[in-house]
Write a protein that binds this ligand. Structure first.
Ligand code: CTP
Ligand code: MG
Length: 233
């Protein structure tokens, strides 16, 4: 089966306040997007679609080129395509889906903001998909003790931690399953697994990784920069 990876990088990064749309904030001499593309391109032979804010197409093409040598200009046969995203993550995923080649039948959706996701996580998701799962996400155990609270912050109930898992990306789907779920979406969902589950499909999990954390706030950016620095030989 033919695989595609949609990298959603069209968010503005309002919580990070990084001086640029989040994917274009540097970790070292390379941007968050450039780092996240290294993991993506380790999925061999996949079509790659990068979804960016309007005005950042050229910057994204430069990142793609630096990582792969592909200019991503959409000319015949390019393995990488750059498209403009939407107001919400879900709209950006839809924009990515509309850029897929006709022969693609398995789709991974990856947050550019998870810049340091190990290749092994991509491999686990792809293996589960190729093994026949229609929907699969990487997840990690929740370490904090979680409470359900009311609008005043008063605890309503304890939540059994053993029943909880934190969802990461790349999330993998059969293309027809994801497209149908996106087409029938009635609300905005924070991830694609929620959308597909709302459409009535079982979603399985594989092991995620601590390094696959999402860069959301300034301390997350510091952590990512430290990790990159520590990996440098
Ligand atoms: N994303 C996107 N299009 C949007 C919103 C988000 O492609 N309209 C992408 C982001 O670029 C990011 C991923 O979805 O890679 C996860 O979103 P999040 O971490 O919330 O990023 P932002 O929306 O950019 O950040 P914030 O919510 O703080 O503004
Ligand atoms: Mg957001």
């Amino acid at each position: 089966p033919r695989l595609a990876v949609i990298v959603v990088a069209a968010g503005s990064g309002t919580r990070l306040q990084g001086g640029a749309p989040k994917a274009f904030v540097p970790l070292d001499r390379d941007s968050i997007l450039r780092h996240s593309l290294r993991g993506v391109l380790a999925a061999p032979r996949a079509q790659v679609v990068v979804v960016v804010p309007d005005g950042f197409q050229d910057a994204a093409r430069a990142d793609v080129q630096a990582v792969s040598g592909d200019p991503g200009d959409g000319d015949g046969g390019d393995a990488v395509r750059v498209v403009v995203g939407g107001r919400t993550r879900q709209e950006s995923v839809a924009a990515g889906l509309s850029a897929l080649d006709a022969d693609v039948d398995l789709v991974l959706v990856h947050d550019a903001a998870r810049a340091l996701t190990p290749v092994s996580v991509f491999e686990r998701v792809i293996d589960a998909l190729e093994g026949g799962a229609p929907a699969v996400i990487p997840a990690v155990p929740v370490v904090d003790t979680i409470k359900r609270v009311d609008e005043n912050g008063v605890i309503l109930a304890a939540v059994d931690r053993s029943e909880l898992a934190a969802a990461q990306t790349p999330q993998g789907f059969r293309r027809d399953v994801l497209e149908a779920a996106v087409a029938s979406a009635d609300a905005d969902h924070t991830d694609d697994a929620a959308l597909v589950a709302a459409a009535g499909h079982d979603v399985v999990t594989v092991a995620g990784h601590a390094d696959s954390f999402k860069i959301t706030t300034a301390p997350d950016l510091d952590r990512a920069r430290a990790l990159v620095a520590s990996r440098r030989p």
